[in-house]
Design a binder for this molecule. Structure first.
Ligand SMILES: Nc1nc2c(ncn2[C@@H]2O[C@H](COP(=O)(O)OP(=O)(O)O)[C@@H](O)[C@H]2O)c(=O)[nH]1
Ligand SMILES: [Mg+2]
Length: 638
């Protein structure tokens, strides 16, 4: 069954709540005070089946100008608007304000209900129709159905239901294959159940027993139960009115404006880049103006930093940075409304483009160009930009900044990789590296090694970690070193291209470092083999060197070279081992652990077959390497 959310809009007393009740049988005015005063103060909810394949959830909003902020908390999740205009009053101020809000929020579909048709003559009704037609001309409601109805006599209700059904079936479904987001519009305690929150699920799918993170509160809770339109359900999907019973959080901690989302995907943010459109009726918006920011069900004060120019003229649009007083979960593409600080009237709205916005230089063409890509670019262009801005960025960071599913990020990333615009390093989580960043690192590595070899003629090369430490770049104003994963990938690539050589932990330019004569090279192999074949019962270094046919000074140099390369390892001043012998010792010890993780010198000697001369220094070496830990006379294998 398809679900759509229909929101009412229109001036106070125009019959919005009465119409919802006439259509659904449910009075959306829930509060005693609302019933007594006969006005809607807060959001009301009802639902109606329009055939067996379509269910409409109604969000009834208050029309009073003092409660526009409550209206804003409800209108964010709607698919269709039902603009209500009373036949005896026609268009009034909140008709305009609500309709402006719908347009600014990018609502794409809806209809007009001319209510209280029983109160006026036919000619008046036709006049109101014409006025409304003129008013909506050029907007998303131009040409939309316009139905005259009376909640009192029931006239027109069938026609209205038929139009709602037609539009409901046409309406685009909300995205189910995104991480879920449930902006909370009510939070309360239900006796015997604990905390319950309600809202319109705007994306994804939420399941019973799921863990949810609560933004901006922080912390997680468990979904103990779900209701969709007052019926128990195992899951709720995007577009449904949803109530969630939460375990692990107190109802008092929860409030309208918070958002539930899957754990560990997103971050709360208080700095957004956005594009803002100002209503023609608004005053010019000045640099650092304070405004009320409304997005989904949340509301906070915000400061508007104009990124382009000194003010936004009425009716104009511009790129801005919004600094929010209260952080929240916002994603690119989210629509919001801005209201003037005082007096509080709606002045404009816009779209979030970036939710991890650093401070920008003002009037910077590069910043404005990036924002244009964020606004108008396709997913590929946006991912390319994100990679370019970050240099390297991992999958989870991309999800947090886009709201896309990881599979979608990878899919778009693969296309960019095929076009050689990014390099994807895949050890989970995948890391996306912009191709230009990768190429710049290659150049830096080669340039640094060139300088290094020129200054250090008698050195074999540079250690990997030292070299990585020299590869700092500035990303968004802060110094960043490439991750070890990226750096190794660059070295691997350069090695495959035969531009560098990587020997153990040492890096050198191909064909550089110490140049050995054929004789020296043979002697080096001989030394290495001498240590290798004796395993752990190594000869003394002196014995090995004396057996060579080259002079002592050069032999010592070759030994130092092998140590530097990591082929040989010095365990004490007198004891040098081949790296492979130490590696198999580690394996032997690890294997021993499967029987008993506690050993002493005697046991160690027994299972390695080594004499005390070797056993003690090797055990101390293993302690230093944190393979073992000394405890009195024993050692614990870690
Ligand atoms: N005659 C007549 N009165 C109506 C009709 N619909 C609503 N009303 C009355 O108009 C007043 C305001 O209605 P309400 O639904 O609360 O308006 P809202 O503020 O837009 O929600 C109430 O007294 C209703 O009884 C209608 O179709 N015909
Ligand atoms: Mg009402």
């Amino acid at each position: 069954m398809k679900h759509v959310i229909v929101g009412t809009a229109g001036h106070i007393d125009h019959g919005k709540s009465a119409l919802v009740k006439a259509l659904t049988g449910t009075d959306p005015d829930r509060w005693e005070e609302e019933k007594r005063r006969g006005i809607t103060i807060d959001l009301g909810f009802a639902h109606l089946d329009l055939g067996d394949d379509l269910r409409a959830g109604f969000v009834d909003v208050p029309g009073h100008e003092r409660f526009v902020k409550n209206m804003l908390a409800g209108v964010g999740g709607i698919d269709l608007v039902m603009l209500v205009v009373a036949a005896d009053e026609s268009i009034k101020p909140q008709t305009r304000e609500h309709f402006d809000i719908c347009r600014l929020l990018g609502i794409r579909q809806g209809l007009v209900a001319i209510t209280k048709s029983d109160l006026v003559e036919r000619e008046i009704l036709d006049l109101v129709r014409m006025e409304v037609q003129d008013y909506v001309a050029g907007s998303f409601l131009e040409g939309a159905p316009m139905v005259a109805v009376s909640a009192r006599t029931g006239e027109g209700l069938d026609a209205l239901r038929a139009e709602l059904r037609r539009l409901g079936l046409e309406a685009a479904s909300r995205p189910v294959d995104l991480p879920f987001r449930l902006p909370i519009d009510r939070a309360f305690v239900m006796k015997g159940f604990g905390a319950v929150v309600t809202g319109t699920l705007i994306a994804g799918k939420i399941e019973k027993e799921a863990e949810v993170e609560i933004f901006p509160l922080g912390g997680c809770a468990r979904v103990r139960g779900i209701e969709v339109h007052n019926q128990h359900s195992d899951c709720a999907v995007a577009g449904q009115r949803t109530a969630v019973n939460l375990a692990g959080v107190e109802a008092q901690e929860l409030a309208r404006g918070m958002t539930l989302a899957p754990p560990e995907y997103f971050h709360s943010t208080s700095s957004l880049d956005a594009v803002v459109s100002l209503l023609p009726s608004a005053r010019p918006l000045k640099m650092r103006a304070r405004v009320h920011f409304h997005c989904w069900t949340s509301e906070t004060l915000a400061e508007v930093v104009l990124l382009d120019g000194k003010e936004i003229a009425p009716g104009a649009r511009a790129y801005v940075q919004l600094r929010l007083a209260v952080p929240g979960l916002y994603l690119p593409g989210d629509r919001f409304i801005l209201r003037q600080f005082s007096p509080v009237v709606t002045i404009g709205g816009g779209v979030v483009l970036e939710n991890r916005a650093p401070k920008h230089r003002l009037n910077d063409p590069a910043v404005l160009r990036s924002l244009e890509v964020m606004e108008t670019g396709d997913s590929q262009a946006r991912l390319e930009l994100l990679a370019r801005q970050s240099g390297e960025i991992d999958l989870s960071a991309i999800v947090a900044r886009t709201g896309w599913q990881p599979e979608e990020v990878l899919r778009v990333g693969k296309r960019l990789e095929a076009q050689k615009q990014v390099v994807i390093l895949s050890a989970p989580p995948s890391v996306f590296v912009h191709a230009e960043h990768f190429a710049a690192l290659e150049r830096s590595v080669l340039a640094y090694l060139e300088k290094f070899h020129a200054a250090n003629l008698l050195t074999a090369g540079l250690s990997k970690e030292d070299l990585r430490g020299r590869m700092g770049t500035r990303v968004a104003g802060a110094a960043h070193l490439p991750s070890a994963m990226l750096f190794n990938a660059v070295l691997q690539y350069l090695a495959a291209e035969k531009k560098v050589e990587v020997r153990g932990e040492t890096v050198l330019l191909a064909g550089r470092g110490i140049q050995l004569t054929p004789e020296e090279s043979a002697a080096k192999d001989q030394i290495s083999r001498a240590f290798e074949k004796t395993g752990l019962a190594v000869p003394s270094a002196r014995e090995v060197l004396e057996g060579l046919r080259i002079d002592r000074a050069r032999a010592e140099k070759l030994l130092r070279l092998l140590l530097k390369e990591g082929t040989l390892v010095k365990v004490t001043e007198d004891l040098i081992f081949h790296a492979s012998a130490l590696a198999s010792l580690r394996e032997t010890v690890a294997h021993r652990k499967t029987q008993n993780n506690r050993i002493n010198v005697a046991v160690f000697k027994e299972f390695t077959g080594l004499s005390r001369k070797y056993a003690i220094p090797l055990l101390e070496y293993l302690d230093r390497e944190r393979v073992t830990r000394r405890e009195g006379d024993d050692r614990i294998i870690l």
